[in-house]
Design a protein around this ligand. Structure first.
Ligand code: ADP
Length: 689
């Protein structure tokens, strides 16, 4: 790894809080284990020290007891004071039994040597320096002995030997008293070295260094070779003897050489190792977990990106039907935030209020029955702005990783666009059908016009024939003949008119060029008046005609425009007839149909003339207005629904416009325009009943 790589790795390590936690944990564990091991070592050390102190105390007691026993043995010599031989025998016996005593002397009260016996186990210790060299120590001991009237010891002293070495010796002085009178002294010389080796039990001193030391730590005598070790434990004990005090010291070498000095430390260390091993395992496990975590995060991010880019709405619900998850497409569809959807209780915010209870029931049944339609079901949802839209919901049970059924998952498709396309296609289908029917009607109309021409011609001829006959028959009742003549004339006129209508329709259907002729608007109205008046009388309607004198003649297919006017006038009268009888009773009023002609307001050059037909009928609702000009639309049982559609076609063929609007108080105004010709119409305004 290059330096930069190392640095980046270090930076990562430094800034990763998880790593620093781990480092802290390991450091703590190591510190704790170190402390434990140290404490265990200390505890062990304290155990050794206690044992050593106890041993030292025991050794001191042993030495003291033995020395006291020796004093008793030496006092026994007093009995054989006078018998030299016996004394010598007893002394040699004593010296043989107690190797620590090197010499026993009998001195007179002035400390002069009377007799002496030396141990047979080593050469005389005073050979080199002579006994006199230690006389002062002996005198000091004896003086103390006299003072305390019992055995007393001198301070230890060094006696060089012939071999170049030396020995540390100690004198014991016991005053000999005969009936309270001092008769002499028994002086015994101890070797400190031998005191240690002879008076101390071997068991206690094994493997340990036993010594007498001075207060400053100088060793006077040593016994035993301690086992080598790195750590020295030592204990000291004062050995109080009459006249002198010795310091007994016990040294023990104990091993911290062993890493596991005792079971406790071993146990703690084993546990520490196990802990470190567990830490390592944990670390490995942690690494794996981190990897799994990052894999999981990646998978989650992928899944979220997938869900977010979906256009299908997704919704998860629990077993009680509460929403537990929605994707952004769903939120966008219904225009409500995900949080609001999740927090919301029933009814859901996207349920139209009027359907909420039905939805609630449906949901309860569906969730209980566990029986979902495979192809999904259609429903109506509501956006936040209140608009409703159709959706297709496909639901499936939601099964978790353990195979437990935890809720329901739904995919929701907004099918409003689909519905719109279906609607458009249905409308065009309807239009197609209507066109087909229209074509059929056209065919029928052609056929009828052809077939009816004959009988109409016959009616006309018969009427003319009858008129001639009446003209010939003179001398008859003139009033009757005048009436008959008029009636027959009308029959003939209407038959002719019917013929013309048929011809116009025929031409219209066949799309032949219509004959346009200049006609005065008034003439158009006059032509339809007889038929309008007939119906108006029947329906008690008053017809008002108003023609603006400024109106020019119009250029039009006269018969067809008359038919348009007739149709509009008829519709107006029928609308007034259909008004509720009750209403008519309470609002007693005249029913007036106004036919008005005036120059079209928008035309500056007066090139257009506007015809309007105003009724006081029921009016046209928005629903009816929508389909008003659709062929075959009618609200009347006997209606064909072709009238207005035909009217518009006729007007539009003339280049005009046909429209309607609500009248001021009540009823409807139908208006249409026609192109005007050069001649001005005559002013006329009159009333017809
Ligand atoms: P039809 O007269 O055979 O019903 P139309 O095309 O002439 O066919 O009229 C279509 C429908 O329009 C009528 O059924 C009627 O409901 C409505 N309508 C037409 N004119 C009026 C009017 N002046 N007032 C109210 N409704 C009208």
């Amino acid at each position: 790894m290059n330096i930069a790589g190392l640095q980046s790795a270090l930076t990562k390590l430094r800034w990763n809080p998880r790593w620093s936690l781990w480092v802290m944990l390991v450091a703590l564990v190591v510190a704790m284990l170190g402390t434990l091991i140290w404490l265990a070592g200390r505890y062990e050390g304290s155990l050794i020290q206690t044992r050593l102190d106890r041993d030292t105390a025991e050794i001191a007691t042993d030495i003291r007891t033995s020395l006291t026993r020796n004093v008793q043995g030496l006092q026994a010599l007093q009995a054989s004071e006078r018998d030299t031989e016996l004394w010598r025998l007893q002394v040699s016996e004593l010296l043989r039994q107690h190797r620590e005593i090197l010499r026993i002397e009998w001195r007179d009260p002035s400390l002069k040597l009377v007799r002496a016996g030396s141990t047979a186990f080593r050469p005389s210790v005073f050979d080199r320096m002579g006994r006199a060299s230690s006389a002062q120590d002996t005198a000091q001991a004896c003086a103390t002995a006299v003072r305390v009237s019992g055995a007393a010891y001198s301070s230890s002293y060094f006696m060089p030997q012939k071999d170049g070495l030396g020995m540390e010796l100690l004198d014991l002085c016991i005053p000999l008293l005969d009936e309270g009178e001092l008769t002499g002294y028994t002086v015994a010389t101890y070797s400190l070295q031998d005191i240690l080796s002879e008076l101390v039990s071997k068991q206690l001193s094994r493997g340990q260094g036993l010594s007498f030391t001075e207060a400053d730590g100088t060793r006077l005598a040593i016994s035993g070779t301690p086992t080598r070790g790195t750590r020295i434990y030592s204990a000291q004990q004062l050995l109080d003897l009459p006249g002198t005090t010795l310091v007994l010291r016990l040294d023990s070498w104990h091993g911290t050489p062993d890493f596991f000095p005792n079971v406790l430390t071993a146990l703690v260390s084993a546990m520490a190792l196990a802990l470190i091993a567990v830490l390592l395992l944990l670390g490995r496990d942690m690494r794996r977990r981190l990897k799994a975590e990052s894999d999981l995060a990646e998978a989650l991010a992928f899944r979220k990106a997938m869900e977010d880019s979906l256009v299908t709405g997704l919704r998860a619900r629990d077993l009680q039907g509460r929403i537990t998850y929605v994707n952004p497409a769903f939120c966008e569809m219904v225009g409500v935030d995900a949080k609001e959807l999740l927090d919301h209780n029933f009814p859901s915010p996207y349920w139209p209020p009027e359907l909420a209870s039905a939805y609630q029931d449906r949901q309860t049944i569906r969730l209980a029955s566990d029986n979902l339609p495979r192809g999904g079901h259609e429903s109506i949802f509501m956006r936040r702005d209140g608009t409703r839209f159709p959706v297709l919901i496909i639901e499936a049970p939601l099964i978790n990783a353990t195979g437990k059924h935890t809720g329901w998952m739904s995919a929701i498709l907004d099918i409003s666009e689909q519905r719109r396309i279906e609607e458009v296609s249905r409308t065009s289908q309807d239009r197609l059908q209507a066109t087909a029917r229209l074509a059929m009607v056209g065919e029928m109309a052609s056929l009828l016009s052809h077939e009816l021409n004959q009988p109409l011609a016959a009616i006309s001829s018969y009427a003319t024939g009858s008129l001639n006959l009446i003209g010939d028959a003179r001398g008859t009742d003139t009033t009757l003949s005048a009436d008959l003549r008029l009636a027959l004339k009308r029959i003939s006129e209407q038959a002719e008119r019917a013929g013309k209508v048929i011809k116009s329709v025929h031409d219209f259907v066949r799309r032949r060029d219509q004959v346009r002729e200049p006609v005065a608007p008034r003439a158009l109205l006059d032509a339809i008046m007889p038929l309008v008046s007939l119906q108006a009388r029947k329906l008690s309607v008053r017809v008002v005609i108003e023609v603006d004198p400024a109106c020019a003649v119009v250029l039009c297919d006269r018969t067809m425009v008359e038919q348009v006017l007739l149709n509009l006038a008829r519709n107006g009268m029928q609308a007034m007839q259909t008004m509720q009888t009750e209403f008519r009773k309470t609002h007693a009023h005249e029913r007036v149909l106004t036919l008005r002609v005036k120059p079209a307001p928008a035309s500056e050059t007066n090139r257009w003339v506007e015809f309007s037909v105003t009724d006081q009928g029921v009016g046209i609702s928005a629903e009816v207005a929508e389909k008003l000009f659709t062929p075959f639309f009618t609200t009347r049982a006997e209606g064909m629904g072709l009238g207005l559609s035909l009217c518009r076609t006729v007007i539009e063929q003339h280049g005009g416009y046909l429209g309607h609007e609500a009248a001021k108080t009540r009823g409807t105004i139908f208006r249409f325009t026609l192109p005007s010709g050069p001649m001005a119409a005559q002013h006329s305004s009159e009333l017809l009943t």
